[in-house]
Design a protein. Structure first.
Length: 230
């Protein structure tokens, strides 16, 4: 009841705390928010769960676990730098979804004696979709949102990120009720495989992304012309 009351209040408010009107009748934008939630459920569940398992299930020290995780961040930064200037959005999201499926599947290979090299590979693989999905969803939003409500739309995208983090925290608590053991990380892998496959399906079936790619060159050219005139 409190949620319904909040929605009704926000829809009637002249200056709402959360402008829910940005969601009305904009299916492509809703799909982008859904992809953001799914992408960051996996990203945060991996970050929380894999880190905890490295120390408890694989018996690494905190410093060694941090070094194992470092390439994950580097791969996310690298893929963002490489693909950031490319205008196409759909290709990034498809690649990000498929890489997320692969990274989730790799968690099934982990055990108490897994080699450090494989742990690093898993970390690098999980960093790639983080760099692709976040940037691509943000770019998609810029084409899909009402320009007059761009700030509210971008804020809700960030809310989707936080919602994914909350779901991820709950998932890790469920699979690691007592300790972050290998059986728990395998359960987490199965859960993330479902989420990742769903993300890939949502991306592949979203026809609006093709329109985003078709209009992106024109928008970029228009921005360039405006900058030259300025």
């Amino acid at each position: 009841m409190s949620g319904i009351g909040f929605v009704l209040w926000e829809l009637r408010a002249a200056q709402p705390f959360i402008d829910l009107r940005v969601l009305g009748g904009n299916a492509p934008l809703l799909a982008t928010y859904g992809r953001q939630v799914l992408a960051f459920v996996t990203a945060y569940a991996f970050l929380y769960g894999f880190t905890q398992w490295l120390e408890e299930g694989r018996s690494l020290s905190a410093s060694v676990a941090g070094l194992v995780l470092l390439p994950m961040s580097l791969s996310a930064i690298a893929i963002t730098a490489i693909t950031g200037r490319r205008r196409q959005v759909r290709g990034k999201l498809v690649a990000g979804g498929l890489l997320q499926v692969a990274a989730s599947a790799c968690l099934l290979l982990l055990g108490p004696h897994t080699g450090i090299w494989l742990l690093v590979v898993v970390g690098v693989l999980s960093g790639l979709p983080q760099g692709l999905n976040g940037l691509a969803n943000q770019n998609a939003l810029y084409h899909q949102a009402d320009p007059a409500r761009m700030a509210s739309s971008a804020g809700l995208l960030r809310t989707g990120t936080y919602l994914g983090a909350l779901i991820a925290a709950a998932a890790n608590a469920a699979v690691f009720p007592h300790a972050a053991d290998s059986a728990g990380v395998h359960e987490l892998a199965l859960l993330l495989l479902i989420v990742s496959v769903l993300l890939a399906i949502v991306t592949l079936t979203d026809r609006s992304l093709a329109r985003v790619d078709a209009t992106a060159p024109d928008l970029v050219m228009a921005q360039g012309n405006s900058a030259q005139k300025g």
